[in-house]
Structure formats: structure tokens, C-alpha cells
Ligand binder design. Structure first.
Ligand code: BT5
Length: 256
């Protein structure tokens, strides 16, 4: 039986690291938000902040991110892409790495819901938050791991799950964390070399919205995958094609 509250301290995680991400590793038992822990301009790319519990965890657009102490992965990774104009694409890069981590660690089949969610069977297991400051991009990732029913948010916009509620067993958070950092590093390096293009086949295979009727802002139509710059491709009833760069998706039907 795993101890779900075994903390993700540097002593527990650093010996397991396989790549360069996480070599600067900041851990706190509790903090307002890991997004705040990477603001030092002296920190190098791949620095990681991890906590057991956030008192002011945040999502996008001033929404919150909830956890139950010691049961989730709550981390931020500092990236310094040379061209920050393409940085919004990192949401899909992180979501893909998180989805791959979920699959490898649990045997589940995770989907990416544009632009920043990871879903299993239509339930949100992870969310990504990108924030830029001083030329750096702080990528926040929240992944529900060992929460049980009743400790997950009840009022979420999308149904919610943890790996534990989906598989019925506890998962080793340290293993998941190092796996996530390794996959993120691999996907990020590929993105630095060639943009989203090499990631698109896998992203489209995992596209939770594909074939669904969606509304984003004033655009409604069928979601048909992604443009190479990460925009969502939507085909209207009249056959016109639109590309949406950002926004909230309302999904009307589809495979989820
Ligand atoms: C996100 O925003 O999904 C981004 C979440 C990023 C969280 C990480 S944790 C480490 C780092 N530090 C932070 O402070 N944040 C990042 P968004 O798409 O806006 O979704 C937010 C919505 O998800 C909320 O309004 C709730 O409805 C729902 N939600 C809150 N907690 C959740 C949870 N644990 N699991 C699933 N959904 C949740």
C-alpha cells in the first residue's frame, strides 16, 4: 500500500530525475500557488516548483484550482523559449505531456481538450495554466492523482476525476512527477526545434473535441483538429473554416 501523503521533497524526487528538468527543485509543504515560486530571474530553464497543497491555487481567468493536501501533483515549470510569441502553444505541449504521463502511469486513455485540459472519459484530471513574466513562461500543471470522491471539486464546470477514482487504486506521485518532467522535456525540445508540427499527430489522436459541435466566442461549428500554430479548427454548417486562437469552449455533442 502506498502512502499517499509521502511528500514530494527534493530528497524523494531528485534521485529519480532522468533529464534536466527539475535539477533546480523547489518544494514547499504548502504555498499560495507554485506559480509564484519561480519569479527569481536567476532561475534557469527547467526549474520546478512543487507543493503538497495550495492555499490560492489558480486556473485561467481568475478561476481557482482545488486540491486535497498530499494527494495531487501541483507543479510549475520555468521555460525560457527564445520566441515568446508562440508561447501559447505550450499549453498543448504541456497537456500532451500530462496525457502521456497519465496513460503510462495508469493504463488509462487520456485526451487533450483544447486548449488546456486533460480528460479521461470526459472527466477533467489535469489542467494547465501558462503565465508569462520577464520573458519567461511559467507552466503550471495540476494533476489529480490520489483524491477520493468527496475531496474533488463538486461544482466544477467539467466533470472531475482523479487517477484513483478512475482506476480504484493509489498511484506513486513521485514516479508520476518524474515521468511528467521527462515527457515535458522531450516534447518541449521537439517543439523548440520544429514547433507543434511533430506533436500534431499525437495531439490529434488525443483530441477530445474532434467531431464535436463547439462554440468558442462567436464561432460555432464542428471541431476538426488543430492548425500547426495550435489554433482550433472549426468548420461551420456552411462549410466555412475558422481558426480560433483562444477562448472557452462550449461543447454541444461528440465523443468527449
Ligand atoms: C486550469 O484552469 O485548468 C488550470 C489549472 C492549473 C493548476 C496548476 S496547479 C499548479 C499551478 N499553480 C497554480 O496556482 N495553478 C497551476 P481552468 O481551465 O480555468 O480550469 C479551472 C476550473 O477547473 C475551475 O473553475 C473549476 O471548475 C475546475 N477545477 C478546480 N479544481 C479542479 C481540480 N482539482 N480538478 C479538476 N477541475 C478543477
Amino acid at each position: 500500500m502506498l502512502n499517499q501523503h509521502k511528500p514530494l521533497t527534493a530528497a524523494a524526487v531528485e534521485p529519480l530525475l532522468r533529464g534536466r528538468f527539475g535539477r533546480t527543485y523547489l518544494w514547499a509543504e504548502t504555498c499560495p500557488s507554485t506559480q509564484e515560486a519561480l519569479r527569481d530571474p536567476a532561475l534557469s530553464e527547467g526549474a520546478v516548483a512543487v507543493t503538497e497543497h495550495q492555499t490560492a491555487g489558480r486556473g485561467r481567468a481568475a478561476r481557482g484550482w482545488e486540491d486535497a493536501p498530499g494527494t495531487a501533483l501541483l507543479l510549475s515549470v520555468l521555460l525560457r523559449p527564445p520566441d515568446t510569441s508562440a508561447a501559447p502553444q505550450l499549453s498543448l505541449v504541456c497537456a500532451l505531456a500530462a496525457a502521456e504521463t497519465v496513460d503510462a502511469g495508469s493504463g488509462l486513455d487520456a485526451r487533450v481538450k483544447w486548449p488546456n485540459d486533460v480528460l479521461v472519459d470526459g472527466r477533467k484530471v489535469a489542467g494547465i495554466l501558462l503565465e508569462g513574466h520577464g520573458g519567461a513562461v511559467v507552466c503550471g500543471i495540476g494533476l489529480n492523482v490520489n483524491q477520493v470522491e468527496g475531496t474533488l471539486p463538486q461544482d466544477a464546470r467539467t466533470p472531475v476525476a482523479s487517477l484513483r477514482t478512475l482506476t480504484g487504486r493509489e498511484h506513486d506521485r513521485a514516479e508520476l512527477l518524474v515521468s511528467l518532467l521527462e515527457r515535458l522535456e522531450t516534447r518541449y525540445d521537439a517543439w523548440l526545434d520544429a514547433g507543434l508540427a511533430p506533436l500534431l499527430p499525437e495531439l490529434e489522436r488525443r483530441d477530445a473535441l474532434h467531431g464535436s459541435v463547439v462554440t468558442v466566442g462567436d464561432v460555432t461549428g464542428t471541431a476538426e483538429g488543430f492548425a500547426p500554430d495550435g489554433r482550433l479548427r472549426i468548420r461551420s454548417d456552411t462549410g466555412a473554416e475558422a481558426f480560433v486562437a483562444s477562448g472557452e469552449v462550449t461543447q454541444q455533442e461528440g465523443r468527449g
